[in-house]
Design a protein around this ligand. Structure first.
Ligand code: NAP
Ligand code: ZN
Ligand code: ZN
Length: 346
Protein backbone atom coordinates (compact mmCIF):
# COMPACT_ATOMS: atom_id res chain seq x y z
CA UNK A 1 0.00 0.00 0.00
CA UNK A 2 1.60 3.31 -1.03
CA UNK A 3 1.86 5.47 2.09
CA UNK A 4 2.85 9.11 2.52
CA UNK A 5 5.94 9.65 4.68
CA UNK A 6 8.77 12.08 5.46
CA UNK A 7 12.34 10.91 4.87
CA UNK A 8 15.99 11.96 5.05
CA UNK A 9 17.67 11.10 1.75
CA UNK A 10 21.22 11.72 3.02
CA UNK A 11 23.07 12.78 6.17
CA UNK A 12 23.02 16.40 5.08
CA UNK A 13 19.63 16.80 3.39
CA UNK A 14 16.64 18.10 5.36
CA UNK A 15 13.73 15.71 5.73
CA UNK A 16 11.06 15.96 3.04
CA UNK A 17 8.05 14.19 1.50
CA UNK A 18 8.54 10.58 0.37
CA UNK A 19 6.28 7.65 -0.48
CA UNK A 20 6.83 4.23 1.09
CA UNK A 21 5.08 0.92 0.65
CA UNK A 22 3.39 -0.79 3.63
CA UNK A 23 2.62 -4.51 3.29
CA UNK A 24 -0.92 -5.88 3.13
CA UNK A 25 -1.71 -7.14 6.67
CA UNK A 26 -0.68 -10.76 7.23
CA UNK A 27 -2.83 -13.03 9.50
CA UNK A 28 -1.17 -11.75 12.73
CA UNK A 29 -0.74 -8.12 11.57
CA UNK A 30 -2.47 -4.95 12.68
CA UNK A 31 -2.76 -2.01 10.24
CA UNK A 32 -2.70 1.34 12.01
CA UNK A 33 -3.47 4.85 10.78
CA UNK A 34 -0.91 6.95 12.65
CA UNK A 35 -2.38 9.86 14.61
CA UNK A 36 0.76 10.99 16.44
CA UNK A 37 4.48 10.29 16.36
CA UNK A 38 6.95 11.60 18.94
CA UNK A 39 10.33 13.00 17.91
CA UNK A 40 13.22 11.25 19.67
CA UNK A 41 16.83 12.47 19.61
CA UNK A 42 17.68 9.07 18.12
CA UNK A 43 15.78 10.22 15.02
CA UNK A 44 18.34 13.03 14.64
CA UNK A 45 21.31 10.70 15.23
CA UNK A 46 19.98 8.44 12.45
CA UNK A 47 18.80 11.13 9.99
CA UNK A 48 22.28 12.68 10.15
CA UNK A 49 24.22 9.40 10.32
CA UNK A 50 25.84 10.43 13.61
CA UNK A 51 26.26 6.80 14.70
CA UNK A 52 27.68 5.74 11.34
CA UNK A 53 25.21 3.00 10.31
CA UNK A 54 22.33 4.88 8.68
CA UNK A 55 21.02 3.53 5.39
CA UNK A 56 19.13 6.01 3.25
CA UNK A 57 16.39 6.86 2.69
CA UNK A 58 15.47 6.94 6.39
CA UNK A 59 11.91 7.46 7.64
CA UNK A 60 12.47 8.03 11.38
CA UNK A 61 9.91 7.78 14.18
CA UNK A 62 9.44 5.13 16.86
CA UNK A 63 6.92 6.71 19.20
CA UNK A 64 3.87 5.76 17.18
CA UNK A 65 0.25 5.95 18.25
CA UNK A 66 -2.78 5.51 16.04
CA UNK A 67 -6.06 3.80 15.30
CA UNK A 68 -6.46 0.26 14.01
CA UNK A 69 -7.95 0.16 10.51
CA UNK A 70 -7.57 -3.54 9.64
CA UNK A 71 -6.61 -6.72 11.45
CA UNK A 72 -5.38 -10.07 10.12
CA UNK A 73 -7.55 -13.18 10.58
CA UNK A 74 -5.55 -14.46 13.58
CA UNK A 75 -5.29 -11.18 15.50
CA UNK A 76 -6.71 -11.51 19.03
CA UNK A 77 -5.68 -8.38 20.96
CA UNK A 78 -7.03 -5.68 18.60
CA UNK A 79 -10.14 -4.83 16.64
CA UNK A 80 -10.81 -2.12 14.08
CA UNK A 81 -11.18 1.28 15.78
CA UNK A 82 -8.93 0.50 18.79
CA UNK A 83 -6.07 2.77 19.75
CA UNK A 84 -2.74 1.01 19.26
CA UNK A 85 0.93 1.90 19.58
CA UNK A 86 4.26 0.80 18.16
CA UNK A 87 7.60 1.60 19.78
CA UNK A 88 11.21 1.00 18.81
CA UNK A 89 10.87 -2.63 17.66
CA UNK A 90 8.56 -4.36 15.18
CA UNK A 91 9.95 -7.91 15.49
CA UNK A 92 12.68 -10.17 16.89
CA UNK A 93 13.57 -13.88 16.56
CA UNK A 94 11.19 -14.71 19.46
CA UNK A 95 13.22 -17.88 20.22
CA UNK A 96 16.60 -16.91 21.68
CA UNK A 97 17.31 -16.71 25.41
CA UNK A 98 16.81 -12.92 25.46
CA UNK A 99 13.49 -13.09 23.59
CA UNK A 100 12.27 -15.89 25.88
CA UNK A 101 12.96 -13.65 28.88
CA UNK A 102 10.92 -10.83 27.32
CA UNK A 103 14.10 -8.89 26.48
CA UNK A 104 13.44 -8.64 22.73
CA UNK A 105 15.57 -5.48 22.59
CA UNK A 106 18.60 -7.68 23.29
CA UNK A 107 17.59 -10.42 20.79
CA UNK A 108 20.72 -12.47 20.06
CA UNK A 109 20.05 -12.44 16.33
CA UNK A 110 19.19 -8.74 16.38
CA UNK A 111 15.75 -7.27 16.98
CA UNK A 112 14.04 -5.66 14.01
CA UNK A 113 14.01 -1.99 14.87
CA UNK A 114 11.09 0.13 13.67
CA UNK A 115 13.27 2.05 11.23
CA UNK A 116 16.65 1.52 9.58
CA UNK A 117 16.42 -2.22 10.36
CA UNK A 118 16.41 -5.11 7.88
CA UNK A 119 12.72 -5.74 7.09
CA UNK A 120 11.96 -9.48 7.13
CA UNK A 121 8.96 -8.97 4.86
CA UNK A 122 10.06 -6.49 2.20
CA UNK A 123 13.73 -7.49 2.12
CA UNK A 124 14.60 -3.77 2.34
CA UNK A 125 14.87 -1.58 5.42
CA UNK A 126 12.07 -0.77 7.86
CA UNK A 127 10.44 2.66 7.77
CA UNK A 128 9.25 4.41 10.92
CA UNK A 129 6.43 6.56 12.15
CA UNK A 130 6.92 9.79 10.23
CA UNK A 131 4.22 8.36 7.97
CA UNK A 132 0.45 8.06 7.64
CA UNK A 133 0.21 4.35 8.45
CA UNK A 134 2.14 1.31 9.68
CA UNK A 135 1.57 -2.45 9.63
CA UNK A 136 2.95 -4.39 12.59
CA UNK A 137 2.64 -7.89 14.03
CA UNK A 138 0.26 -7.80 16.99
CA UNK A 139 2.97 -9.32 19.20
CA UNK A 140 4.89 -6.03 18.88
CA UNK A 141 1.82 -3.77 19.02
CA UNK A 142 0.89 -2.19 22.35
CA UNK A 143 -2.43 -1.33 23.99
CA UNK A 144 -2.90 2.31 24.98
CA UNK A 145 -4.71 3.23 28.23
CA UNK A 146 -7.96 4.99 27.27
CA UNK A 147 -7.62 7.70 29.93
CA UNK A 148 -4.38 9.19 28.53
CA UNK A 149 -4.30 11.98 25.93
CA UNK A 150 -3.15 10.08 22.81
CA UNK A 151 -0.69 12.79 21.69
CA UNK A 152 0.92 12.96 25.13
CA UNK A 153 1.04 9.16 25.38
CA UNK A 154 2.90 8.64 22.07
CA UNK A 155 6.40 9.44 23.46
CA UNK A 156 5.93 6.86 26.20
CA UNK A 157 6.80 4.31 23.50
CA UNK A 158 10.46 5.32 23.62
CA UNK A 159 11.15 8.14 26.11
CA UNK A 160 8.84 6.42 28.61
CA UNK A 161 10.09 2.86 28.43
CA UNK A 162 13.78 3.85 28.11
CA UNK A 163 13.64 5.59 31.49
CA UNK A 164 11.12 3.27 33.21
CA UNK A 165 13.08 0.09 32.43
CA UNK A 166 16.43 0.97 34.10
CA UNK A 167 14.68 2.54 37.12
CA UNK A 168 12.84 -0.79 37.59
CA UNK A 169 15.82 -3.01 36.77
CA UNK A 170 18.06 -1.28 39.32
CA UNK A 171 15.23 -1.40 41.88
CA UNK A 172 14.75 2.29 42.46
CA UNK A 173 12.48 2.62 45.47
CA UNK A 174 11.14 4.97 48.08
CA UNK A 175 13.75 6.74 50.16
CA UNK A 176 16.58 6.48 47.64
CA UNK A 177 18.39 9.50 46.23
CA UNK A 178 18.16 9.32 42.45
CA UNK A 179 19.67 11.68 39.88
CA UNK A 180 18.35 12.33 36.37
CA UNK A 181 20.80 14.04 34.03
CA UNK A 182 19.34 16.23 31.25
CA UNK A 183 15.78 17.55 30.98
CA UNK A 184 14.76 16.59 27.46
CA UNK A 185 12.37 13.93 26.18
CA UNK A 186 13.90 11.06 28.14
CA UNK A 187 14.95 13.15 31.14
CA UNK A 188 11.54 14.62 31.86
CA UNK A 189 10.03 11.14 31.91
CA UNK A 190 12.91 9.95 34.11
CA UNK A 191 12.03 12.67 36.61
CA UNK A 192 8.33 11.75 36.56
CA UNK A 193 8.98 8.01 36.98
CA UNK A 194 11.66 8.35 39.68
CA UNK A 195 9.26 10.55 41.63
CA UNK A 196 6.36 8.14 41.04
CA UNK A 197 8.54 5.30 42.39
CA UNK A 198 9.04 7.31 45.57
CA UNK A 199 12.66 8.39 45.13
CA UNK A 200 14.14 11.67 46.30
CA UNK A 201 14.71 12.89 42.74
CA UNK A 202 17.43 15.34 41.77
CA UNK A 203 17.53 16.87 38.29
CA UNK A 204 20.88 17.83 36.76
CA UNK A 205 20.49 20.34 33.95
CA UNK A 206 22.72 22.63 31.91
CA UNK A 207 19.71 24.95 31.34
CA UNK A 208 18.98 27.21 34.35
CA UNK A 209 15.69 28.18 32.66
CA UNK A 210 14.38 24.62 33.14
CA UNK A 211 14.77 24.59 36.96
CA UNK A 212 11.16 25.55 37.77
CA UNK A 213 9.77 23.02 35.31
CA UNK A 214 12.07 20.38 36.80
CA UNK A 215 10.52 20.96 40.23
CA UNK A 216 6.98 20.93 38.81
CA UNK A 217 7.70 17.62 37.06
CA UNK A 218 8.73 16.05 40.36
CA UNK A 219 12.36 16.92 41.18
CA UNK A 220 12.92 17.64 44.88
CA UNK A 221 16.18 19.43 43.98
CA UNK A 222 17.62 20.91 40.79
CA UNK A 223 21.38 21.20 40.25
CA UNK A 224 22.85 23.35 37.50
CA UNK A 225 25.52 20.92 36.38
CA UNK A 226 27.89 23.58 35.05
CA UNK A 227 28.32 24.87 38.61
CA UNK A 228 31.14 22.79 40.19
CA UNK A 229 30.35 24.01 43.74
CA UNK A 230 26.73 22.92 43.47
CA UNK A 231 27.85 19.55 42.10
CA UNK A 232 30.42 18.94 44.85
CA UNK A 233 27.77 19.37 47.58
CA UNK A 234 26.30 16.05 46.37
CA UNK A 235 29.57 14.06 46.28
CA UNK A 236 29.18 10.39 47.25
CA UNK A 237 25.45 10.71 48.03
CA UNK A 238 23.46 9.06 45.19
CA UNK A 239 21.99 5.55 45.08
CA UNK A 240 21.42 5.73 41.34
CA UNK A 241 21.92 8.18 38.45
CA UNK A 242 20.28 7.98 35.02
CA UNK A 243 22.14 9.94 32.32
CA UNK A 244 20.02 10.89 29.29
CA UNK A 245 22.41 13.35 27.63
CA UNK A 246 22.68 13.09 23.83
CA UNK A 247 26.01 14.91 23.41
CA UNK A 248 29.56 14.85 24.76
CA UNK A 249 29.78 15.64 28.47
CA UNK A 250 31.88 14.69 31.49
CA UNK A 251 30.40 11.54 33.08
CA UNK A 252 33.17 11.49 35.71
CA UNK A 253 31.53 14.51 37.32
CA UNK A 254 28.44 12.32 37.91
CA UNK A 255 30.33 9.15 38.86
CA UNK A 256 31.82 11.18 41.74
CA UNK A 257 28.34 11.73 43.12
CA UNK A 258 27.58 8.00 43.58
CA UNK A 259 27.73 6.14 46.90
CA UNK A 260 29.63 2.89 47.43
CA UNK A 261 28.20 0.19 45.10
CA UNK A 262 25.84 2.66 43.41
CA UNK A 263 25.29 2.70 39.63
CA UNK A 264 25.24 5.30 36.88
CA UNK A 265 23.21 4.10 33.89
CA UNK A 266 23.83 5.71 30.55
CA UNK A 267 20.79 5.78 28.27
CA UNK A 268 21.83 8.81 26.22
CA UNK A 269 24.07 7.66 23.36
CA UNK A 270 26.46 10.46 22.34
CA UNK A 271 28.09 9.72 18.99
CA UNK A 272 31.63 10.01 20.40
CA UNK A 273 33.11 7.86 23.22
CA UNK A 274 32.90 9.33 26.73
CA UNK A 275 36.22 9.12 28.60
CA UNK A 276 36.00 7.36 31.98
CA UNK A 277 38.41 8.20 34.77
CA UNK A 278 38.99 4.77 36.35
CA UNK A 279 39.56 6.40 39.74
CA UNK A 280 35.89 7.38 39.72
CA UNK A 281 35.01 3.66 39.38
CA UNK A 282 37.41 2.20 41.94
CA UNK A 283 37.13 4.81 44.72
CA UNK A 284 34.72 3.76 46.14
CA UNK A 285 33.56 0.66 44.20
CA UNK A 286 31.00 2.01 41.69
CA UNK A 287 29.28 0.72 38.55
CA UNK A 288 28.85 2.30 35.12
CA UNK A 289 26.14 0.60 33.05
CA UNK A 290 23.90 1.08 30.03
CA UNK A 291 20.34 0.18 29.07
CA UNK A 292 18.41 -0.05 25.80
CA UNK A 293 14.67 0.74 25.68
CA UNK A 294 12.68 -2.16 27.25
CA UNK A 295 11.01 -5.42 26.21
CA UNK A 296 7.47 -5.64 24.85
CA UNK A 297 5.87 -6.96 28.05
CA UNK A 298 7.65 -4.30 30.10
CA UNK A 299 6.53 -1.61 27.65
CA UNK A 300 2.92 -2.72 28.17
CA UNK A 301 3.52 -2.73 31.95
CA UNK A 302 4.87 0.84 31.70
CA UNK A 303 1.85 1.98 29.65
CA UNK A 304 -0.54 0.41 32.17
CA UNK A 305 1.42 2.03 35.05
CA UNK A 306 1.04 5.40 33.26
CA UNK A 307 -2.69 4.81 32.80
CA UNK A 308 -3.11 3.99 36.49
CA UNK A 309 -1.00 6.91 37.74
CA UNK A 310 -2.16 9.31 34.97
CA UNK A 311 1.37 9.91 33.79
CA UNK A 312 2.03 11.16 30.25
CA UNK A 313 4.56 13.37 28.50
CA UNK A 314 4.79 17.16 28.31
CA UNK A 315 4.50 17.83 24.62
CA UNK A 316 4.55 20.46 21.92
CA UNK A 317 2.56 19.44 18.85
CA UNK A 318 4.11 20.22 15.47
CA UNK A 319 3.15 19.76 11.84
CA UNK A 320 5.14 17.29 9.76
CA UNK A 321 6.67 20.13 7.74
CA UNK A 322 8.09 21.67 10.96
CA UNK A 323 10.32 18.67 11.61
CA UNK A 324 13.60 20.20 10.43
CA UNK A 325 13.05 23.26 12.63
CA UNK A 326 12.16 20.93 15.55
CA UNK A 327 15.50 19.10 15.12
CA UNK A 328 17.37 22.43 15.32
CA UNK A 329 15.51 23.34 18.51
CA UNK A 330 16.30 19.96 20.08
CA UNK A 331 19.97 20.48 19.29
CA UNK A 332 19.77 23.75 21.25
CA UNK A 333 18.14 21.83 24.19
CA UNK A 334 15.04 23.89 23.46
CA UNK A 335 12.23 21.35 23.70
CA UNK A 336 9.55 21.30 26.39
CA UNK A 337 9.78 18.42 26.58
CA UNK A 338 8.88 16.31 23.55
CA UNK A 339 7.83 17.32 20.05
CA UNK A 340 4.94 15.24 18.75
CA UNK A 341 3.99 15.30 15.08
CA UNK A 342 0.27 15.59 14.38
CA UNK A 343 0.04 13.20 11.46
CA UNK A 344 -3.14 14.84 10.18
CA UNK A 345 -0.72 17.49 8.84
CA UNK A 346 0.98 15.02 6.45
P1 NAP B 1 16.63 15.49 23.96
O1 NAP B 1 15.16 15.62 24.15
O2 NAP B 1 17.32 16.28 22.92
O3 NAP B 1 17.29 15.77 25.41
C1 NAP B 1 18.66 15.70 25.65
C2 NAP B 1 18.99 16.62 26.82
O4 NAP B 1 20.37 16.46 27.13
C3 NAP B 1 18.85 18.09 26.52
O5 NAP B 1 17.54 18.57 26.70
C4 NAP B 1 19.80 18.73 27.53
O6 NAP B 1 19.18 18.82 28.80
C5 NAP B 1 20.90 17.69 27.62
N1 NAP B 1 22.06 18.07 26.78
C6 NAP B 1 22.07 18.23 25.44
N2 NAP B 1 23.30 18.57 25.02
C7 NAP B 1 24.09 18.57 26.11
C8 NAP B 1 25.47 18.82 26.34
N3 NAP B 1 26.29 19.12 25.33
N4 NAP B 1 25.94 18.72 27.61
C9 NAP B 1 25.11 18.42 28.62
N5 NAP B 1 23.79 18.19 28.46
C10 NAP B 1 23.28 18.28 27.24
O7 NAP B 1 17.01 13.96 23.66
P2 NAP B 1 16.24 12.60 24.05
O8 NAP B 1 15.26 12.28 22.98
O9 NAP B 1 15.82 12.67 25.45
O10 NAP B 1 17.42 11.54 23.86
C11 NAP B 1 18.59 11.61 24.65
C12 NAP B 1 19.60 10.60 24.24
O11 NAP B 1 19.10 9.29 24.54
C13 NAP B 1 19.94 10.55 22.74
O12 NAP B 1 21.34 10.30 22.59
C14 NAP B 1 19.15 9.36 22.23
O13 NAP B 1 19.70 8.77 21.08
C15 NAP B 1 19.26 8.45 23.40
N6 NAP B 1 18.24 7.40 23.49
C16 NAP B 1 18.64 6.20 23.97
C17 NAP B 1 17.74 5.19 24.13
C18 NAP B 1 18.16 3.89 24.74
O14 NAP B 1 17.42 2.92 24.61
N7 NAP B 1 19.28 3.82 25.40
C19 NAP B 1 16.40 5.39 23.78
C20 NAP B 1 16.02 6.64 23.32
C21 NAP B 1 16.95 7.64 23.17
P3 NAP B 1 19.41 20.11 29.76
O15 NAP B 1 19.00 21.30 28.95
O16 NAP B 1 18.51 19.82 30.90
O17 NAP B 1 20.87 20.10 30.14
ZN1 ZN C 1 13.80 6.90 20.84
ZN1 ZN D 1 15.74 -13.32 19.88
Amino acid sequence: MPTKAFAAQSATSPLGPFTINRREPLPTDVAIDILYCGVCHTDIHFARNEWGFSQYPIVPGHEILGRVTRVGAKVKKFKVGDLAAVGCMVDSCRECSSCKKGLEQYCLTGSTFTYNGPDKHSGGMTFGGYSKAIVCDEAFTLKVPANLDPAAAAPLLCAGITTYSPLKHWNVTKGQKVGIVGLGGLGHMGVKFARAMGAHTVLFTTSPGKADDGRKLGAAEVVISKNADEMSKHAGSFDFILDTVSAEHDINAYMALLKLDATLVQVGVPPKPLPVNVFSLVMPRRTLAGSLIGGIAETQEMLDFCGKKEIACEIEKIRMDQINEAYERMLRSDVKYRFVIDMASL
